[in-house]
Write a protein that binds this ligand. Structure first.
Ligand SMILES: Cc1ncc(COP(=O)(O)O)c(C=O)c1O
Length: 373
């Protein structure tokens, strides 16, 4: 692993930023945004990036400026933050079933275009009392299970039954179908990633065809994760992709072959606090900075870029980095790391330190962090 910038730059950043901290290398972030937009354009699909990765209205605006059609969020609270900062087309890729949240959804629906996910008739019953006098029908997308076995109906009778239940309700508009092939994160090799990606597209094409046979048409067929998007997008039935992680990439994406290390844009900056043994550095980034996600895929808890080795253990505020006994790193030195899972890590910090080759650092608040309700 090599640093994306010079050791002097790292030293300079470390003199100006207290650790642990999140750094964002703008040149890579811009390349990542441009390339995913190009992929969507090449297949004449819309890009609706999942912003639960970065939780930043500024980065969402950059994605929209590149050509994204709208954004995706995981939570109503994230949607409210994004809407308050001027974003007007938001897909909440989730089911909303708690009364107080349905009231908040109704309020949001009165001001922007908000679409939600649905995969059971009981959700319709819960929504109905709050939407029958809404200004316009609430757009919904039926969630299809393409193998993750989380939410979603399978392609068959249950899909038709649910679609009819939606179209029977004047307060709802059946806007589309969506899926997320998240089981790709359990893939053992690149061929498996590719197979899951193609299957994601094929399953959605079958779902669309089945609905058509039943006389039901949908405007949107939405798929996507960062590893599967390059494959599922190729299916002509697909109209929209929703990758999220691609803005940053991380050690999990590298392990899956979805990105090269030289395209990562998000890093955790840490400081060596101790060296109790020649081969053991202790850094001030523990599970509250690096998160524990992804170790079963990558075999570590973070990849250091300016020292050999890997983070082998985390407690809350300490990271144990196994290194070569010959390493010249000293207590007080900076360590720059690629985290395992960028989306989980971003939610742990208040701000990004965004910087470019001129070394101007901009502090970008992570406004939707912690907005889990
Ligand atoms: C419903 C849904 N869509 C899209 C995504 C984006 O996938 P990725 O993080 O692999 O880019 C996720 C991620 O969890 C998701 O849950």
């Amino acid at each position: 692993m090599t640093l994306p910038f010079s050791p002097e730059t790292l030293k300079d950043l470390h003199e100006r930023i207290e650790t642990p901290a999140l750094l964002v290398w703008q040149p890579n972030l811009e390349k990542n945004l441009a390339d995913m937009q190009k992929l969507a354009d090449r297949y004449r699909t819309q890009l609706r990036p999942h912003t639960k990765t970065h939780k930043s209205p500024l980065f969402a605006q950059w994605q929209l400026r590149q050509g994204a059609k709208g954004i995706t969020v995981a939570k109503l609270g994230e949607a409210e933050v994004m809407a308050s900062r001027g974003i007007t087309d938001i897909f909440i890729a989730n089911q909303i079933t708690q009364a107080s949240k349905i009231k908040r959804l109704r309020a949001l629906h009165e001001t922007i275009r908000v679409i939600i996910g649905i995969d059971h008739v009981d959700q319709i019953k819960l929504l109905k009392p709050y939407f029958s006098d809404a200004r316009a029908p609430l757009p919904v997308r039926i969630e299809i299970d393409s193998g993750l076995k989380r939410c979603g109906v399978t392609v068959g009778e249950s899909l038709i039954h649910l679609a009819k239940a939606v179209t029977d309700q004047p307060f709802l508009e059946l806007e589309g179908i969506f899926t997320h092939a998240g089981h790709v994160y359990g893939a053992r090799n690149r061929a498996e990633v590719e197979r899951i990606g193609h299957e994601e597209g094929e399953i959605m094409a079958r779902a669309k065809a089945l609905l058509q046979q039943a006389g039901i048409s949908v405007a949107t067929v939405s798929v996507g994760s960062t590893p599967t998007a390059p494959f599922s997008v190729q299916n002509p039935a697909v109209t929209e992709i929703r990758p999220g992680n691609y803005i940053f990439y991380d050690a999990m994406q590298i392990a899956l072959g979805a990105a090269q290390a030289n395209r990562v844009s998000l890093f955790v900056l840490a400081t060596v606090v101790s060296r109790p043994a020649a081969d053991r550095l202790v850094i001030d980034a523990g599970s509250k900075a690096l998160h524990t996600d992804g170790a079963s895929l990558t075999g570590h808890f973070g990849l250091p870029l300016n020292v050999q080795g890997k983070v082998i253990r985390l407690s809350e505020e300490h990271g144990v980095l196994q290194t070569s006994p010959q390493s010249k790193v000293r207590i007080g030195d900076p360590i720059l790391l690629i985290p395992n899972h960028a989306c989980a890590v971003a939610n742990l910090f208040d701000v990004y330190h965004l910087f470019d080759a001129a070394l101007e650092i901009e502090t970008v608040p992570i406004e939707a962090r912690g907005k889990s309700q």
